[in-house]
Design a binder for this molecule. Structure first.
Ligand code: SF4
Length: 328
């Protein structure tokens, strides 16, 4: 049955926040000075094939210059986090925003580090009066028992605030995962999901639409899998080709096709109609930084992509969950 999410055809993060917190909530993207085991040699060098040198966190406040594979990372002192939040808040100066913000540890692998350091970093962010919760982007293989333990402690210390974990799954297909050098197999993701569920920590799953070798059938299988795993949220991200990535080399050789805008809107529509309507959609486009983006150029006009998508939904009568089959 069709649901109405305040005029939108899908369960958006905006809708969730207004319903849950009574107002629009903004994210402050932070760079905690992390690195990634898929870059430092623990799992691999070079990282995922699509990942930029900024560790997919180019919008994070520049706490430290983003590390590269050849420069060691510099973990941020927890005491500096308040300053970074202040800088992040100042970006909203003069804009009509409320008083509630989410601290988003976006760049690199946000749970990869000494657990004591992680604890004080997160704890400092959660102590800030304007921060109502934190969201940590990480890998499912970086959620060991010590990390889970500190997340549990933080839940007890800040019962009024929340902790979300964002996991970069991208695809359920192992051959694609090997091609993009994700560096872990699907069962690792499943274990992480179970452990986080036990702790009652909401999970946001990142998926990339348009990965090399994947057609509509592959993508909808991933959507179906996520629909039945029922995480708190999902981010649907258009495949971007960014400068200085191995994917860019493949693209230049003509090995990686990218979607036209119409192709993307079409697959996005199918993803939305097949997605479980209980899952919050946190993103339907992508945030490819202008100075790094090679293709597709049309994605830079985010407003146009969103408007075109909403128009297509109106014209086709599509809505989230329309084609979802809850066969469990
Ligand atoms: S796991 Fe994340 S930070 Fe690490 S290489 Fe892959 S996309 Fe980049």
């Amino acid at each position: 049955m069709r649901q109405d999410w305040n005029g939108k055809p899908y369960y958006s993060l905006d809708y969730y926040c207004k319903e849950t917190f009574g107002e629009k909530v903004y994210k402050i993207a932070l760079n905690g000075g992390f690195t990634c085991p898929n870059r430092d040699g623990t799992i691999g060098y070079g990282g995922c094939i699509f990942c930029s040198h900024g560790g997919s966190g180019e919008f994070a406040t520049d706490i430290h210059k983003a590390s590269t594979d050849s420069t060691p990372h510099t973990p941020v002192l927890p005491a500096n986090i308040n300053e970074e939040i202040r800088k992040g808040l100042s970006l909203f100066h003069g804009k009509k925003v409320g008083d509630k913000f989410i601290a988003y540890f976006q760049a690199y692998t946000g749970t990869y580090g000494d657990p004591k350091w992680l604890y004080s970093l997160y704890s400092t962010a959660l102590s800030h009066e304007k921060i109502i919760g934190i969201s940590i982007a990480t890998r499912p293989d970086c959620l060991g028992s010590e990390v889970l333990e500190i997340l549990k402690k933080l839940q007890q210390k800040f019962p009024q605030k929340f902790i979300w974990i964002e996991l970069g799954l991208q695809t359920i297909h192992e051959d694609t995962a090997a091609y993009i050098r994700r560096g872990y197999a699907l069962p690792v993701f499943e274990t992480a999901m179970e452990q986080l569920k036990r702790l009652d920590i909401p999970v946001i799953v990142h998926l990339i639409l348009g990965l090399p070798g994947e057609d509509r059938d592959h993508i909808l299988k991933t959507i179906d899998y996520v629909s039945h795993a029922v995480p708190f949220g999902v981010k649907l991200q258009l495949l971007h080709i960014l400068k200085d990535t191995d994917l860019a080399l493949e693209y230049e050789k003509g090995l990686v096709p990218v979607y036209t805008k119409d192709e993307y809107l079409d697959i996005l529509l199918s993803c939305m109609t097949h997605l479980n309507p209980h899952i919050v959609i946190h993103r339907i486009t992508g945030d490819g930084p202008k100075d790094l983006l090679i293709a597709p150029g049309w994605s830079l006009n985010k407003r146009d992509v969103l408007n075109s998508f909403h128009k297509l939904c109106r014209e086709t009568g599509a809505f989230q969950g329309k084609d979802f089959k809850n066969d469990l």
